[in-house]
Design a protein around this ligand. Sequence first.
Ligand SMILES: [Zn+2]
Length: 427
Amino acid sequence: MNICFDNIRIVSPLQSIDIRGYLWIEDGIIRHAGAEAPETTRATTHIQADDLTAAPGFFDMHVHLREPGQSYKETIESGTAAAANGGFTGVVCMPNTEPAVDSIQVVEFIHKRAAGLLTDVHVCATITKGRRGSDLAAIETLLNAGAVMFSDDGGCVESAEMMRRAFDYVSTFDALLTQHCEEHSMTKNFAMHEGTVSAELGLKGYPSVAEDIIVARDILLAEYCGNRRYHAAHLSSAGTIRLLRDAKVRGQRVTGEVAPHHFVLTHDAVRGYNTNAKMNPPLRTQADVDAMIQALADNVIDVIATDHAPHALHEKNVEFDAAPNGIVGLETAVGLTLTHLYHTKVLSIQSLVEKMSVNPRHILGLPQPMIENGSSANITILNLDKEWTVNTDRFLTKSKNSPFGATELKGVPVYAINNGKMIACTL
Ligand SMILES: [Zn+2]
């Protein structure tokens, strides 16, 4: 790799940079980033980049890579290929694998599988052994093995007492707990959001208050246990936004994330019983979508994460009630976010880069990529204005379960660069 992007826009909020200039990368190292052309011109390839924008590599802190145990849905290799294709140079993989990520062996297995790939893979380990909710996992040992956060994702830690013990346990080393917020006693066998559409379609509903209850409980517990760090995963309900906002105002160390489908789609997408509109938490009402967008604009929501959840075609090709929850998201997240938040002027490009690159790494305590001379190149390159149509055949993920096939979007990832590797995105 010895490539210079000529006349590229460089946006790096942490460095307070928004310039147009030259970006020369040789052997994975940034040789020159600046408004003036580099003095030496050793670059063997020049790309005229008038319509391109370079940003610190995008990071998705909520991805299901399905390995170990469900490699027919996705593997670490195919999932990270999809991540890079979607513009992500780093991800956190969630622990609801088979076996669950509750031992050093599984953490090491994932790290070994991910070694040498373009996209960095960080590990979220479980809060309880086997995600069963009855005994705490060896959180400190898992942290020392490299786990960056802890969750029983796929499900919620049901017992308030168990969650309190987890907050108490992590207090000495200040680990980050993140929750899939769902009061399971209210959501048994749900198929979609509980509301007018579920009534009309005759499907069992998941009321949004079941999410709010857990967010409220965990905020109280985090405060009670000495202002512990807490990250609410894949928020979907307007009620949780109110709770998160209040907790932040009171100075609690709480953060939140939202997936693109929760600020783009409503429960109306379920009409026609489209199983690619079935996920957990479910798509909710326009008022909930509006609350997500407002919370993104005023920074109550810190992070955009995909909750990329691949499932095989045969698993989704069943009646709605029987279909598994989840959609793939890595290859549509940037396009959806640019279309629905940047081009609608909800987020500036700087705030968008914060929510997709800076903030997730900050919350996880990971090093931040810098776009400066001598740094290792960890960069996402976007075309902010290119209009394109989502074609799931072009996805590199093993699974195609997306509700966004044939959707027209504006703005696309073009290159991902990290670990001495560069790919041209194929979307
Ligand atoms: Zn979840």
